[in-house]
Design a binder for this molecule. Structure first.
Ligand SMILES: Cc1cc2nc3c(=O)[nH]c(=O)nc-3n(C[C@H](O)[C@H](O)[C@H](O)COP(=O)(O)O)c2cc1C
Length: 301
């Protein structure tokens, strides 16, 4: 009698316990900006889009969603700072939950990756700096930003905290703080874009202070078990790069580890396509080694 060979489990399809969440497989939908939330309000068609991608026990991360009116930098990206936006997210979240999937919202402030056209009263976008993103050959020109005053930073931290609370009110299972891709938090973290002389600039600890305050505030508001973060220390997207990405990434992971039960760190490999670097570059071996951090909830994408 011939026995059929034992079926080998496909690792991606095996269950995974992530904090208190029971995932039935390990394929996660990455956050993807769609620019279809007219008037910055999520639309009913998003319920169809996300539920099509939902599986029983799977995890989806919704597109980057802005925390305040100054956080906008792209047309028709959704927000999570008005009651109308919260109400509009609810049926979308319900549709995903009906399929048995978990749903996180990525919360976002673009900082200087914006133009005066997107800003309230046509004001300058805000940033760590007043240095404009160097225009490249894509033809896109971002406006010269206004450097945030030190006393304005607590308000932005609070906007992240409220956005996280609103996401939970809308029914999301948790939030992913967007700390990657050259947006506001990275503009503070990376030394190419942070030329401040206050306690939010200079040393690595100072440059990370704003991001750490956001992490602390969001974790205190909704519980660390419902919070993840996306980081891209090795990327140079949007003119944002660091002279020591290994030290930056390691420091940030240490800060996350101060929160028992912090859910995950979503780590981006240095392979974003841009017209500046001509495409994807492989992760250098030294960096590959460095990302083997002592952080077991770290994913790399
Ligand atoms: C159209 C598009 C929209 C994206 N939107 C987001 C976003 O909202 N938030 C984010 O963190 N990354 C965003 N990304 C980056 C993706 O999540 C992902 O990291 C990137 O596409 C690399 O993965 P891939 O090689 O599978 O495409 C976006 C990428 C694309 C192509």
């Amino acid at each position: 009698m011939v026995h059929a060979p034992a079926k080998e489990a496909i690792p991606l399809l095996t269950p995974h316990k992530m904090g208190q969440l029971e995932l039935s497989h390990r394929m996660v939908l990455a956050p993807l900006t769609r620019c279809r939330s007219y008037g910055h309000v999520p639309q009913p068609h998003a319920a169809v889009y996300y539920s099509q991608r939902a599986t029983n026990g799977g995890l989806l991360i919704a597109e980057a969603t802005v925390i305040s009116p100054t956080a906008q930098g792209y047309p028709d990206t959704p927000g999570i700072y008005t009651q109308q936006q919260i109400e509009a997210w609810k049926p979308i979240v319900d549709a995903v939950h009906r399929k048995g999937a978990l749903f996180f919202l990525q919360i976002w402030h673009v900082g200087r990756v914006s133009t005066t056209d997107f800003q309230p009263n046509g004001q300058a976008p805000i940033s760590s700096t007043d240095k404009q993103i160097t225009p490249d050959d894509s033809g896109m020109v971002y406006s010269k930003p206004r450097r945030l005053r030190t006393d304005e930073i607590p308000q932005i931290v609070d906007d992240f905290r409220r956005a996280a609370r609103n996401a939970i009110e809308a029914g999301f299972d948790g939030v992913e703080i967007h700390g990657a891709h050259g947006y506001l938090l990275e503009q503070f973290m990376k030394d190419s874009a942070n030329d401040r002389t206050d306690e939010y600039g200079g040393s690595l600890e100072n440059r990370c202070r704003f991001a750490v305050e956001v992490i602390d505030a969001v974790a205190a508001e909704v519980g660390a078990h419902r919070v993840g973060i996306r980081l891209s220390p090795f990327d140079n997207y949007m003119d944002c790069f660091d002279s020591n990405p290994v030290a930056l990434g390691s420091y940030m992971v240490q800060q996350l580890n101060k929160h028992p039960g912090f859910l995950y760190c979503h780590m981006v490999e240095p392979r974003m396509t841009s017209s500046k670097n001509g495409g994807r570059s492989p992760m250098p071996p030294a960096i590959q080694e460095a990302v083997q951090w002592d952080f077991h909830r770290c994913w790399r994408v």
